[in-house]
Every structure is written in C-alpha cells, then in structure tokens.
Ligand binder design. Structure first.
Ligand code: ADP
Ligand code: MG
Length: 612
C-alpha cells in the first residue's frame, strides 16, 4: 500500500483558511479598512459595486509597500506587525495575524497598487487563485489601493450562500461605520454603485458621531470621560430623551477595536437606570483604553469578542463613569414638541423622586447634582402599549363566517374548521389578571390569552393585506420624519413595498431619513415613529432566521409588536371584538410562531373533576 498523506497545495490551503477570515464582502471590507488605518493613512476611500460581490476597493494615502513587501503581503502568516510572541501582548495595530490578504487573494481576483513616499514609482500586482499573474511598475501617488473583484468566483458554494445585495450592503455599512467611528482624525468616504453614501470629513469625535448617526444627536450628546491608572473611558452617550426603540446606535470600542459585549452593554443600561423607559435603548459610543496586556484580543478575528483580565473592574468603571457623566450634565428632558409623544404621555416624567429613590440617591455623591430643580424626571416604565387601542380597532364585520382566504397565503395560514358547539358565545366575558379572557362555549369554556390572540388576528389581517387589498392609509397632516441608523435605513428600504401594502406610506428622504406620509388608519398619529422603530427592532430579532421570507418576517414582527400586551385592562366591548376576530381567523388556535391562543376546558371533564 502506498502512503496516502500529502501536503495541500498552497492555493487550496489558503482557500480553506480564507473561510475563517472572509465570510462575506463585509469581512473583506473590514480587513482592508483596518490595513489602511494600520498604514497610517489620513484619507481612506471605500468603493463597492453590487454590495461588494462585484468589487471592493480601498484606496489609502498611507505608507505604502516596497515591491518585495507587496508580493510578500499575500503570503499566509506574512505580517509586518508582530515579530515575536511578546509582541502579541502589546498590540497597537488593528491587524497582526497576517492572514487577511492571503485569504482575499485565495477567493477573489486582486489588483494591488502601492507606492512608498521614498520610491519613485509604485508597483502594480495582479493575483488570481493566490498566484501572481502580472507585475509591473506604475506611476502613482504614495499610498495603496487594493481592489478585489468577483469575490468567491472560484468558490461557488460560498458565492451562492451570500444574501441579497441589500443585506450584504447593510453588513458593509456596519463594518464601515465601526472603523470610521473610531478614527475621526481620518477622512473616510464610501461609494456604492457610483453613489457616495458617506463623506466623513476629519474632525472631532463628536462631529464624527453626528456625521454618522445624524444631526438629531447634535445637541444631545453627553460627554463621558474618566481616567485612571488602570483604564480610561471616553466618548458620548445620548441624552435619555434620544433613546430609541431600536438597538442600532450602540458602539463599544476597546483600544479602538469595535467589540460586542452584552456584559458592558448591561453596565451602560444600568447607569441609565430609570431615566429611560425599560424597552428603549440609549445611544452610546464609548472607547475604553487599557493596557493591551489586560485584554485578550487574540480571539477569533471576526468574532469581535474580547476577554478582560478583570471583568468586574471594567463593568463597575463603565457604569460609574456614565452615571457621573449623566449627573454632571443637565439631562432633564424638557417637554418640548420634539419629544416623542409617547414619552410626554408618561405621567411619571414630571413626578418627583419617590422616598425610596430619594434615600438611596441621597447616600450617593451624585445626589446633589440630581436634586436641582427640573431634574427629578425619572421615567417609570409603564405598560408600553398604553395606546394599544389606537392600534386595535375592530375590523368591519365580515359577512362570511371566516376570512375570505384565497390562494398564496402564508405558510402558517391554513383553514381550520370550528363546529358550532365549539364557537364561543360572547356575552358574558370575564377578564382575569388583565391577561386572560374566559369565554363560555356550548360545551365548556375557553381561556383566551389576549396577547397571543391579538397577535394571531393581526398576523392574518396583515397577511391578507400584503397579498391582496392593501390596508387603508391615513395621510399625515404634518408628516413626521424618522431618521435611522444607516444599517436600519437599508433594512427599511428593503421592506418599503410590503410596508406600503400594510398602510405605511414612507418615502426615503436621503441621509437615512424617511418621511412618514401616511400610516395605517388604526395607528394613531404621533405614535407612528415609535411603531416603525419597534417593528425594525422586532424584525432584527427574526432576521437570523433563514426559514422565513422577508415578508413573513415582516408580518410576524408587525403582529408581535402591535399586539395588545398582557396586563392591559379591556372593556367588555373590546373583549367582544377580540374574541369575534379571533374565531374569524383561519387558524384561531395558535399564533404564527406556534404559541397557543386559547385553552379549552370541557364541561363534562370539569364535572368529572368535581366528582359529578
Ligand atoms: P496583518 O494586517 O495581520 O499584518 P494582512 O494580510 O492584512 O495582515 O496584511 C499583510 C501585510 O501587508 C501587513 O502587515 C502590512 O505590512 C501590509 N499591508 C497590507 N495592507 C496595507 C496597506 N494598505 N498599506 C501598507 N501596507 C499594507
Ligand atoms: Mg490586516
């Protein structure tokens, strides 16, 4: 028997390794941008076509590469950033593994142009399948341009795995923002299919945040700044009144590297405590700097996770730094017309401290800053859908017993027959715990879960609307605008046609802003902004679920988000129409997500239980 083990050829080994580093166009964007930053560039331009599937190009004015380095750069484990194992513990650059360019060269056609300031001419190199196919000198300015074309052209399985252009572009925008946010001293531009999406002039951190997240934050950022021997924190948090219903605008950077940390996010949320409603998210862009030996960044390069030597100190530090910042800067939301209507209506907004809060607060050093007039504005989290009635109006009574369902209905909608003795006899309805409704039937009773039931009703109503007759729109007299995080704007654009059928008339207005021209007749005016933000947040929860189409996810999100919640007291009339609507549904017994809407208790079984 011959021996069977052989070494993989370089290009195949590189392709396999590339799978770890380059999962989608956005991962390549991140690597190229970080290389440009590491090269000391002061101007960086990102150009993509077809959401990066056709072209990703990064042009920088950094220090460039020599001819030899330019060739070396594409070798696996080729890096200028670490030389020995000790270097790993004092990393100051974004990259250090020497894998990015090798990976890119394995899965795309690459064109590199680079020139150092001390060289007369630059070098041009073309690479395909990890092999240099062309090299020549060229005249160019100092800096580097790397263009990668037809990503995954030689790995069809991966190419097919890519999502829609809108989805991939959204990932790219996310990565771009994460890099651009932490280097306000560098000029960045981002051009997609010939259109400049971002043009970020050099400036202060504050200017950069406003450039990226929108002018609405301009006067509403609270600076955070604390320094200790162990670590520093700086950045900005949004004033409580800017908190949104979607999680978008939250950024943490450790030593300038974007990270995701539920743990640190919790510390921030804790610091905001009762200043914001429970289901809303404050904006923050926070930078933590600490000795690189105190963090382990040698985790997977794309995972954005991080380990701290001492997590607890970091948590406590972040929390108190933000509490301090919020206390120092007058943060009481003034009741003006710009304030979200839903916040104004919270009556706790103008209520003074409760005694309990007072005693705990007065023992802290922050007490004095909080007791100035007008600052006792703690917002209690009220039932989020105090206004649910605005969302919920009985539909016109259908002549038919059931929904007039036609073909092409969503997967979850199937006809289900109810016999007469199962039909509820509305009349004496009883609400229990403001959450359940007991309904008598001929053979027993149903215990209906009001939220689940409403979710089902809305889901079917929306499903019908996107397939057939759209939901009526009520034109806004004073169209509100809604400004979103760039990534959310891309998402919303994708959903616009279906939203339109559901009664939302939204128009893109440039700069991630949309004008709300009209809303479904049963969404009250003044609440439309919140309704849209909440819908997006809900949608994102579903968005990793590959099982469902975009539309299905939208339907489910809207139904979930607009349903009346448990804990809301209903009038007799409201209960009656809820029950009627539920049993007019094609599938009255479960929500679209499969939760039961009611339980049945049969009279004869109840009798038995009572020994009769
Ligand atoms: P790493 O960034 O981890 O070192 P990369 O594969 O991303 O690995 O890059 C390899 C090397 O190529 C870098 O260490 C750097 O020396 C060089 N390089 C890459 N991009 C640029 C650039 N835009 N300008 C100058 N040098 C670069
Ligand atoms: Mg790199």
């Amino acid at each position: 028997m011959p021996d069977i083990i052989q070494l993989l050829p370089d290009n195949i080994a590189n392709q396999i390794a590339a799978g770890e580093v380059i999962q989608r166009p956005a991962s390549a964007v991140k690597e190229l941008l970080e290389n440009a930053v590491d090269a000391g560039a002061t101007e960086i331009n990102l150009i993509v076509n077809d959401a990066g599937k056709a072209l990703i190009q990064v042009i920088d004015n950094g220090k460039g590469m020599s001819e030899t380095d330019a060739r070396m750069a594409f070798e696996r484990h080729a890096t200028s950033k670490i030389k020995n194992i000790e270097d790993l513990f004092k990393i100051k650059t974004m990259g250090f593994r020497g894998e990015a360019l090798a990976s890119i060269a394995a899965v795309a056609q690459v064109e590199l142009k680079s020139k150092r300031p001390e060289d007369e001419t630059g070098v041009f190199i073309e690479i395909e399948n990890s092999m240099v196919v062309k090299q020549e000198p060229i005249a160019m300015q100092t800096g580097t341009s790397i263009a990668m074309k037809n990503l995954f052209f030689n790995v069809p399985a991966r190419r097919n795995f890519l999502k829609s252009n809108a989805a991939e572009l959204r990932h790219i925008v996310d990565e771009f923002i994460r890099v651009a946010m932490s280097f306000p001293e560098i000029f960045f531009s981002f051009t997609s299919n010939g259109q400049e999406v971002f043009h970020l002039e050099k400036g202060s951190m504050k200017q950069r945040i406003v450039q990226i997240l929108g002018n609405s934050y301009a006067a509403k950022l609270v600076p955070v700044q604390e320094q200790t021997d162990y670590m520093n924190i700086y950045g900005f948090v949004g004033k409580p009144e800017t908190a949104k219903k979607t999680r978008g605008d939250q950024y943490f950077f450790v030593n300038n590297r974007f990270i995701k940390s539920a743990y640190l996010n919790h510390a921030v949320m804790n610091a905001f405590d009762e200043m914001i409603a429970k289901d809303s998210f404050p904006m923050y862009t926070l930078f933590i700097d600490l000795d690189p030996s105190q963090v382990d960044i040698n985790v997977h390069p794309t995972k954005q996770e991080i380990k701290f030597e001492d997590e607890k100190i970091v948590y406590a530090f972040v929390q108190s730094a933000i509490k301090h910042a919020l206390a120092q800067f007058s943060i009481s939301p003034t009741l003006d017309f710009e304030l979200d209507a839903s916040i104004q209506s919270l009556d706790a907004i103008s209520k003074p401290f409760t005694d309990e809060k007072k005693s705990s607060a007065s023992s802290s050093s922050l007490y004095n800053t909080f007791t100035k007039k007008n600052q006792s504005h703690f917002i209690e989290s009220k039932s989020e859908l105090k206004h649910w009635r605005d969302f919920y109006e009985p539909k016109d009574k259908l002549t038919d017993d059931r929904w007039p369902l036609t073909g092409g209905q969503p997967a979850a909608v199937q006809q289900l027959h109810t016999t007469n003795e199962q039909r509820p006899t509305t009349g004496n309805l009883l609400q229990l715990h403001n959450s359940f409704i007991a309904v008598q039937t001929e053979r027993g009773y149903y215990l209906v879960h009001q939220q689940n039931a409403h979710e089902r009703i809305l889901y079917e109503r929306f499903a019908l609307a996107v397939e057939g007759k759209p939901i009526a729109t009520q034109q806004s007299l004073f169209p509100a605008t809604i400004e979103l995080h760039a990534a959310d704007a891309v998402l919303l654009k994708e959903l616009l046609p279906d939203m339109n059928h559901l009664g939302y008339q939204l128009e893109p207005f440039g700069n991630n802003t949309f004008v709300i021209q009209g809303t479904p007749a049963d969404v009250s005016q003044g609440n439309e902004k919140m309704a849209i933000e909440k819908m997006l947040e809900q949608y994102k929860h579903f968005s990793n679920d590959l099982k469902y189409s975009k539309r299905e996810k939208l339907l489910r999100s809207l139904a979930l988000q607009q349903s009346i919640k448990a804990g809301v007291s209903l009038t007799g009339k409201e209960m009656t129409s809820l029950i009627e609507d539920l049993f007019n549904c094609a599938v009255p017994n479960t929500t679209a997500n499969g939760k039961p809407t009611y339980l049945e208790f049969k009279k004869d079984e109840l009798d038995k239980m009572f020994g009769r």
